[in-house]
Design a protein around this ligand. Structure first.
Ligand code: TYD
Ligand code: MG
Length: 453
């Protein structure tokens, strides 16, 4: 008799009995029953009875770099680590409606036009719908083979016969593996389907791009286990109401992680943004209190973004701390350091922090720019508009240098900035026309630029 097991849709942990709260990740109401599956999808799918001897090789054996295909969309090719690697499995995650299908249809068309034999399988839309979208995107003539199908066994059989170089599966949640008897979209189905597709990609030398919808907690629904299986995980993100979309590599076995590609959603699909700094700063007006430009690095590329802070007396006993595009616990830390090390209290004040343009920043080097925006808003003093700021703040109030100082400065100079504020220990680099000002610690920075502390 098949033993019933349960797993968490948030973290993928398995349990032998149901409970209201996952012991693995602490989430509530995420545990569901895996039907007809006791320990992972591989039990029934491995048709091998006895193992064979594996040939071992030397670590020093010469290896040629894997062949790559470029689609010509520079932002995508770069995020993939310099093109699509043959036989690799890629997961593209993102919120519903963010533009994943649009991106992948455009990518499929461009790969096909570049001579890569491409199949696009939609489990969500009918072929006619996909065709209409392609027409709207001006890609109706691209030599992409199309199917609307959810039965994984049929899809794999077809791919084996057709032998394309690239297959796009939109989406992993709609796929149905018939050796697992639970509903499409359930944890065990998603896990089984991703496993089958990944092994298929390796065995047959076909690159597979899977689309995965993300749950509201920000994980790919049915879950992190998919992320472990694939070679590359890309997240497609953006704020609703902004046209900018960011494709971010969070894992890449064939290239740098944290690389980003920037796109703009237009009436005719996604177009690449070659100079994101100019775009993120394009809506900037006169210098105003609370606004500071951060010279950041995303992957291999410098990106300038505006940090905006607003501070207002709070009518509540528990003042508000609201953050968009940055980590809220990091904000709490900066506020605590400002208070403890520089004697600047934020008690009784509501604090709002926003990264302009819908960008999400995770670099610690943004600390100093955030602190500057908070101080600037609190003291109602604007920093000079031609100044960028970067550096990490430690709990002691010391400033730590950030990597790639030179790249940050060069980008700032290219966009017309004439001054930069950086931690004292930063590498001394001279960039023409840019005045580099260094601060040893946060208190010194506060005293110099805001006359307080
Ligand atoms: P879609 O690719 O279907 O999102 P996902 O696959 O991630 O769910 O994109 C849907 C949104 O994109 C939809 O709200 C309309 C918008 N869109 C454009 O603005 N321009 C376009 O050319 C296309 C095709 C879609
Ligand atoms: Mg879609």
């Amino acid at each position: 008799m098949a033993k019933t097991s349960f797993s968490c849709s948030a973290c993928g942990a398995s349990f032998s009995k149901w409970s209201g709260r996952c012991e693995g990740c602490g989430e509530w109401n995420t545990i569901t029953e895996d039907q007809g599956l006791s320990s992972g999808p591989s039990k029934k799918s491995l048709g091998v009875k006895r193992g064979r001897t594996i040939q071992l090789t030397d670590l020093s054996a010469r290896e040629t770099p894997p062949p790559r295909a470029c689609c010509g969309v520079g932002e995508l090719d770069r995020v993939l680590g310099g093109g699509l690697v043959a036989a690799s499995a890629i997961l593209v995650g993102g919120d519903p409606g963010i533009g994943k299908s649009t991106l992948l249809l455009q990518a499929a068309a461009r790969f096909a036009q570049a001579g890569v034999k491409t199949v696009y399988v939609s489990g969500e839309e009918a072929s006619a719908q996909v065709r209409m979208r392609a027409q709207r995107l001006g890609l109706a003539d691209a030599p992409v083979q199309l199917a609307a199908e959810t039965n994984l066994r049929d899809i794999l059989t077809t791919l084996e016969a057709e032998r394309p170089q690239l297959a796009v599966i939109d989406s992993i949640q709609t796929m149905w593996a018939d050796h697992v008897d639970s509903a499409p979209g359930s944890v065990s189905q998603v896990r089984a389907a991703a496993h089958e597709l990944t092994t298929f990609a390796k065995r047959h030398g076909i690159s597979i791009i899977m689309v995965g919808h993300v749950t509201k907690e920000g994980q790919i629904a049915g879950p992190r286990v998919v992320e472990h299986m694939v070679d590359t995980v890309l997240y497609f993100e953006g704020e609703r109401g902004h046209q900018f979309r960011i494709l971010r590599a969070v894992k890449n076995r064939f290239g740098p992680a944290d690389e980003i590609g920037v796109f703009e959603m237009t009436g005719s699909g996604l177009s690449e943004v070659i100079n994101p700094s100019a775009l993120f700063l394009s809506e900037r007006g006169e210098p105003s209190p609370g606004s500071v430009v951060f010279a950041g690095i995303e992957g291999t590329r410098p990106v300038l973004v505006e940090m905006q802070a607003l501070i207002a007396p709070s009518p509540h006993s528990q003042p508000r701390r609201a953050v968009v595009g940055w980590d809220s616990s990091r904000l709490a830390m900066i506020l605590a350091v400002l208070e403890a090390r520089c004697g600047i209290p934020f008690a009784g004040l509501d604090v709002y922090l926003n990264v302009a343009g819908g960008m999400k920043i995770s670099e610690p080097a943004a600390d100093l720019a955030v602190a500057a925006a908070l101080l600037s808003a609190r003291e109602d003093v604007a920093l000079p508009a031609d100044t960028v700021v970067f550096g990490e703040i430690s709990l002691s109030g010391a400033l730590r240098p950030a990597p790639q100082t030179e790249n940050r400065l060069k980008e700032a100079q290219k966009l017309g900035f004439t001054a930069a504020i950086a931690p004292g220990g930063s590498k001394t680099v001279s960039v023409n026309g840019l005045n580099l000002r260094k601060s040893g610690d946060l208190a010194g920075f506060v005293g110099e630029f805001f006359g307080a502390g």
